[in-house]
Design a binder for this molecule. Structure first.
Ligand code: NAD
Ligand code: MG
Length: 299
């Protein structure tokens, strides 16, 4: 078999690390750099082909995980990118910004807490100023804490989950809309949890279902304006969201084991979906949720 053939024909089963994984608790929000194994966000593998040349993207949670994979891919496809993240994640963000700049693209980091409405407005206005406009908005930041019983979820826990996953996309999108020209796209990161909620993710699963309704409703509202709205519903993906309390540590050990592929997804495996949804080639795709879940789950 030639080298090229070998590269094209990779088994999705053995391509990436399989469980068991070591227990590795971190405080929220967690750092990708402290994970074992370190996730693959496409740092070495993602190859662009000019699909997003000249585009201007804002990605929340772009420092790590799925958002980082999208940020790297967008830059390699020719877009300038602003990433938002929490101040504690500056070291992860710096790695992403360096990769964006290595592509000769503009990369800007705007740290701050999106559970605060005034910061969301500030984030959008700063992003628009730095990029000289905006035509891709990826509402990807998320908060997930596994709690066994509804009785143990405090109002403050519930608030943080909903503020991060539901209110922030509303505030950010509201602030962004006046800046988005026809042809722009909005992309949400939902989850298989929207369709098949786990018993210990009671509040989180509801927010991810809300993300689906966000996409379906807003796509109808913005279709006549020529703005597409889509979402991605990942299954188990190897990111700090999961290791910093998104799952109990016992579940981290066997994370992804129940999927037909027998392993968790890596953020890099979702990057091309975020590119596809942003690319004008996908001009008839709006109001859709794209899945990537290793063989289980919906949609
Ligand atoms: P991640 O931890 O790498 O990314 C989440 C990011 O959210 C963090 O990096 C952080 O910057 C950001 N964030 C959280 N609270 C914030 C706040 N108050 N202000 C600003 N930023 C904040 O993990 P990830 O898994 O890549 O998560 C990205 C998205 O994917 C989330 O919406 C999550 O719900 C969704 N998702 C993840 C999985 C999975 O298995 N990892 C599965 C389905 C859906
Ligand atoms: Mg992070």
């Amino acid at each position: 078999m030639s080298e090229t053939m070998k590269k094209t024909l990779e088994s999705p089963r053995t391509k990436y690390p399989q469980p068991p994984f070591p227990k590795q608790p971190q405080d929220v929000p967690g750092l990708a750099s402290k994970m074992d194994p370190i996730p693959d966000h496409g740092e070495k593998s993602y190859k662009g082909s000019g699909r997003l040349t000249g585009r201007k993207a804002l990605i929340t949670g772009g420092d790590s995980g799925i958002g980082r994979a999208a940020a790297i891919a967008y830059a390699r496809e020719g877009a300038d990118v602003v990433i938002n993240y929490l101040p504690q994640e500056q070291s992860d963000a710096d790695e992403v910004l360096a990769l964006i700049k290595a592509e000769g693209r503009q990369g800007f980091g705007i740290p701050g807490d999106i559970t605060i409405e005034s910061f969301c407005e500030e984030l959008v206005s700063q992003a628009v100023e730095k990029l000289g406009g905006l035509d891709i908005l990826v509402n990807n930041a998320g908060h997930q804490q596994a709690i066994e019983s509804l009785s143990d979820i405090s109002s403050s826990d519930f608030d943080t989950t909903f503020k991060t996953n539901v209110y922030a996309p509303f505030w950010i999108t509201k602030a962004a809309l006046p800046h988005l020209p026809e042809g722009s796209v909005i992309i949400a990161t939902s989850s298989v949890q929207a369709y098949d909620p786990s018993e210990n993710l009671f509040d989180y699963a509801q927010t991810k279902a809300a993300n689906v309704a966000f996409v379906k409703s807003l796509a109808k509202q913005l279709g006549p304006k020529g703005i597409r709205v889509n979402g991605v519903a990942p299954g188990p993906v190897w990111t700090p969201l999961q290791t910093s309390g998104g799952q109990p540590q016992e579940a981290i050990v066997k994370f992804g084991e129940v999927t037909p592929l027998g392993r968790p997804g890596q953020p890099a495996e979702l990057a091309s979906i975020y590119v596809q949804l942003a690319d004008s080639d996908a001009s008839y795709a709006t109001g859709q949720i794209y899945g990537a879940a290793g063989g289980n789950g919906h949609p």
